[in-house]
Design a binder for this molecule. Structure first.
Ligand code: HEC
Length: 117
C-alpha cells in the first residue's frame, strides 16, 4: 500500500516536473525522427544529386531563387510541408497516415523548418 502511494506521488511529481524539464524546441529527438522519416519517404525524390525528380522539379520551379533541396530551404513552415505531404503535388503522391503518421509528419516539418529563423 505504502509503495503504491509512493509510486503515485512520484508519478505526480514527474507530471508536474514535465514542462519544466521539457527539451527546448525543436527537440533533438524529434529532429532525428524527422531526418530518418525524410530519408525513408522523401529522399528518393528530394535527395541531393542527379536523378531526384523532386529536387530537379523544385530547381526548375524556382530557377535557383530557392534551393532545389528541401533540406536546404529556409522558407518552408511545418504547415506547408504538412499540406504537400497530405495532398501531393504534380507527380508527388500524397502520403496516408498509415505510411507517414501525424507524429512522423510533425517531425518532418520540424526537421525541414529547423534552419528557419
Ligand atoms: C515520387 C517523388 C516524390 C516523393 C516520394 C516526394 N516528393 Fe515532394 N515533390 C516531388 C515533386 C516532383 C515536387 C515538385 C512539384 C512541382 O513541380 O511543383 C515536390 C514538391 C514538394 C514540396 C513543395 C515545395 C515547393 O516549394 O513547391 C514539398 C514541401 C514536398 N515535396 C515535400 C515532400 C516530403 C516531406 C516528402 C516525403 C514525405 C516528399 N515530398 C516526397 C516529388 C516527390
Amino acid at each position: 500500500m505504502k509503495l503504491i502511494a509512493i509510486a503515485a506521488a512520484a508519478a505526480a511529481v514527474a507530471v508536474l516536473a514535465g514542462p519544466a524539464i521539457a527539451a527546448p524546441k525543436p527537440d533533438p529527438a524529434m529532429l532525428q525522427q524527422g531526418h530518418d522519416v525524410f530519408q525513408k519517404w522523401c529522399a528518393p525524390c528530394h535527395g541531393a544529386g542527379p536523378g531526384h525528380p523532386g529536387t530537379d522539379a523544385l530547381q526548375a520551379k524556382y530557377k535557383g531563387a530557392k534551393p532545389g533541396l528541401l533540406e536546404e530551404r529556409r522558407d518552408l513552415t511545418p504547415d506547408q510541408v504538412r499540406f504537400y505531404v497530405r495532398h501531393g503535388v504534380s507527380i508527388m503522391p500524397f502520403f496516408r497516415k498509415t505510411e507517414v503518421s501525424d507524429a512522423d509528419l510533425d517531425a518532418i516539418g520540424a526537421y525541414i523548418a529547423r534552419t528557419k529563423r
